[in-house]
Structure formats: structure tokens, C-alpha cells
Design a protein around this ligand. Structure first.
Ligand SMILES: *[C@@H]1O[C@H](CO)[C@@H](O)[C@H](O)[C@H]1NC(C)=O
Ligand SMILES: *[C@@H]1O[C@H](CO)[C@@H](O)[C@H](O)[C@H]1NC(C)=O
Ligand SMILES: [Zn+2]
Length: 171
């Protein structure tokens, strides 16, 4: 009897798993001479591990954000604004007052290559802060984290045009 109950529990747990929400996502970034892969993994502590690599830009820092839409029908320009479900101002990833999509900058080295490995406590894969079905966008300049007097600083970090992007899908 005990084993029958155990087997039944195992079946229920398995069935539950098959219908569980996705915990991993991936985006393939594409731009002119730019290619990259970024994975997003929901951690047990509620944070999201963002990991991957992008190649194709000269050494420097470049703004890197999650945008609200996964629409690339008109290129990176149709992905909307920074994902901002809490209607906050643009900021640094470590700020309380920031867009959920504000992941700061990625750094390219002398090999035109960038390694991304960060843990973010605002993002999630699904739910109100869910990034699944949205897009990641790379900018032509560094994000100033809303810290300058430029009129775009508190809106977008004044990071210039969109040079590469990718839709975030289930992994
Ligand atoms: C992205 O992934 C593809 C497929 O695995 C691989 O061929 C490519 O080299 C990767 N690109 C980067 C920049 O990591
Ligand atoms: C660039 O690539 C070369 C050859 O693979 C390597 O020796 C060097 O350490 C790389 N530079 C950086 C900054 O990673
Ligand atoms: Zn922002």
C-alpha cells in the first residue's frame, strides 16, 4: 500500500513538472557584424543568472537592456522601450529606482568579444517581471545609468542607437 501511494505521488510530481513554468530562456543577438547568445536561468533564490557572449564590437562599454516587446519586424527599433512594468526611471542595475530591463553595460575586449555573466534580482522568466517573449537590445554607446544631465539620461541612459537585438524564447 505504501509503495502504491509513493508511485501515485511520483506520477503527480512528474505531471506537475511537465506543466511547470519555463525556468530558462535564450536570446540569439544579431546586428551588423554582431552575433551573440544570452541565456537566462531562474535561480531558486528568485534571481536570474544572465550568461553568454557577444562578438563584433570594438573595446568599450555598451548599454544592454531588456525591451518590452519581442517584435523585430522592423528590426531592433520595433522592440519598444526598456521593459518597465513598475513605471520607474532609468537606472543602474544596482539601483532600486530602475527599469526591470536595465542590465547596465557589457564590456568588449580587444578581441571584439564580450563575456556576460551576471545575476539580477529584478528580472524573472515569467510573471509580472517576466522577460519571456520580450527582447534584449545592445546599444552603440555606454549606458550612463541616469546619472548625467543629458535629457535622455533618466529615460534610456543616453546609450545611442540600437546595434543588435534578439527575441527571448523558451530554452
Ligand atoms: C551562438 O551559438 C551558436 C550555436 O551554438 C554558435 O554557433 C555561435 O558561435 C554562438 N555565438 C556566440 C557569439 O557565442
Ligand atoms: C584575445 O585572443 C588571444 C588569442 O586567442 C588571446 O591570447 C588573448 O588573451 C585575448 N585577449 C583578451 C583580452 O581576452
Ligand atoms: Zn532603462
Amino acid at each position: 500500500m505504501f509503495y502504491v501511494v509513493l508511485a501515485a505521488v511520483a506520477l503527480v510530481v512528474n505531471a506537475h513538472h511537465e506543466h511547470a513554468q519555463p525556468t530558462r530562456a535564450i536570446a540569439h543577438l544579431v546586428g551588423e557584424n554582431i552575433r551573440g547568445n544570452i541565456t537566462f536561468t531562474q535561480q531558486p533564490d528568485g534571481k536570474v543568472h544572465v550568461e553568454g557572449s557577444i562578438v563584433g564590437l570594438p573595446p568599450g562599454h555598451y548599454g544592454f537592456h531588456v525591451h518590452e516587446k519581442g517584435d523585430i519586424t522592423g528590426g531592433c527599433g520595433s522592440t519598444g522601450a526598456h521593459f518597465n512594468p513598475e513605471h520607474k526611471e532609468h537606472g543602474h542595475p544596482g539601483d532600486e529606482n530602475r527599469h526591470v530591463g536595465d542590465l547596465g553595460n557589457v564590456e568588449f575586449d580587444s578581441n571584439y568579444s564580450s563575456r556576460i555573466d551576471m545575476v539580477d534580482s529584478f528580472l524573472s522568466i515569467v510573471g509580472p517581471h517576466g522577460i519571456l517573449g520580450r527582447a534584449v537590445v545592445l546599444r552603440e554607446k555606454a549606458d550612463d545609468f541616469g546619472r548625467t544631465n543629458h535629457p535622455d539620461s533618466r529615460k534610456t541612459g543616453n546609450a545611442g542607437g540600437r546595434v543588435a537585438c534578439g527575441v527571448i524564447g523558451i530554452l
